[in-house]
Design a protein around this ligand. Sequence first.
Ligand SMILES: C[S@@+](CC[C@H](N)C(=O)[O-])C[C@H]1O[C@@H](n2cnc3c(N)ncnc32)[C@H](O)[C@@H]1O
Length: 311
Amino acid sequence: MSLYVVAKGLASFVLPAALTNRGGGRTHSARYCYSVYLRHLVKLAEAGLPTAPRAVAEIGPGESVGAGLAALIAGAERYVGLDVKHYALRPDTLALFDEIAALFRERAPIPGGAEFPTIKPELRDDAFPSRILGADRMARALDPARLDALRRRIAAGGAESPLGHIAPWHDAGSVEPGAIDWIFSQAVMEHVDDLALTYRACRDWLAPGGAMSHQIDLKSHGTASAWNGHWAYSDAMWRVVRGRRLYLINRAPASAHRAAMRAAGFAIVADSPVIRRDGLAKSRLAARFRGLSDDDAATAGLFAIARRADA
Ligand SMILES: C[S@@+](CC[C@H](N)C(=O)[O-])C[C@H]1O[C@@H](n2cnc3c(N)ncnc32)[C@H](O)[C@@H]1O
């Protein structure tokens, strides 16, 4: 445990909440947003799920709604981003829209590890996914009149805008039940304090047959030098480290995510854990993590797709 980690937690008890959690991810970059959107789309296709969602929601978009803009540009009619913090979103949303549209027009390859070293999920092939986003579909999606209309409606804002951003969101009532075809999140579900509520809300928002995909980073996020060092803190010490920040990490292992998804009414249709055998030995973890199975204790990340179990 480092003094810095403890000091940061303690400082959050006296700082105003707005000054905590200043970094909201990497979505200021158009190429990052394009990459995230296409990575999830490719994985949906690999799982044999529909890849032309009409209405898309994202949990935790962070500093921009760029992945949502990518969804709209590629053909969706509606996007809703739900976050706990209203970051100063990239102010030039329309410029971001144009940058992402240009990437689609070029059929740019999916930006990968050389540019974004930690980006996941990993793909077998970084080429533009022409088998999913074929010529006809892209011609319709990129039709200049369609993109112009989207831009104008986004700029006008209000109820007619195809782009919604709700922050902070609190409960399932934030979105109408059954309204969404696909929900995704990138590097968010490890931060969510109430996993049961959030996965249940996802279940409520999805239309019959709807699916969700989540890239989850289960590592210690700077709270320890070992990737699994966050599981070594006692609950009492963790309360100090967590402090009063809006969010930190929930320390839920992969098994807890899977269990919460199933309890919320999902069937898991794709499950790709990232396994690491380095880090602290299980005997050095706090009592409540020592009982994790060997595989669970070695799972440093998870990409999961789940579908409404009644589909
Ligand atoms: C590491 S950032 C990732 C942002 C973005 N998805 C990206 O890939 O860069 C984590 C995000 O999760 C959001 N977050 C934390 N708890 C949340 C919750 N309960 N519901 C929605 N978003 C949450 C944070 O505000 C932040 O935007």
